[in-house]
Design a protein around this ligand. Structure first.
Ligand code: ZN
Length: 117
């Protein structure tokens, strides 16, 4: 089975841009293990020049690990549910909860919400 990991990701034109690290290199916050960089950091370092958009333009999400429950959680923008599920598959048969999270809302979803108001 593949190595467990924590991660953050972006989804650009259906493609997953995944940045992950092993659990022992994760940031500790109480019983939670988190990828140690922010979406903004990773975006500015790797993608800003290429895509010429802000870090919150595309759908994105995060994989965290709860040590106490021995459980992974994937938080993601609803419009990249398919890609979040692919990432979930990379964790094999480990316990993993998928949860859409408005913190990761992309520009398309934001405009959509605006239009509905
Ligand atoms: Zn979205």
């Amino acid at each position: 089975m593949a190595e467990p990991f924590v991660a953050l990701f972006f989804v650009v034109d259906g493609q997953i841009l995944l940045h992950k690290c092993r659990l022992e290199n994760a940031e500790h916050y109480a019983e939670m293990r988190n990828y140690p960089r922010s979406h903004m950091d990773v975006w500015e370092r790797h993608y800003k020049l290429k895509y010429n958009k802000d870090f919150d333009f595309y759908p994105r999400g995060r994989v965290i690990y709860d040590m106490r429950k021995d459980e992974f959680k994937i938080f993601y923008d609803t419009c990249c549910a398919k890609q979040a599920f692919k990432i979930r598959m990379m964790l094999g048969n480990r316990t993993c909860i998928l949860k859409d999270d408005s913190n990761y809302t992309c520009s398309i979803c934001r405009n959509h919400i605006k239009n509905e108001e």
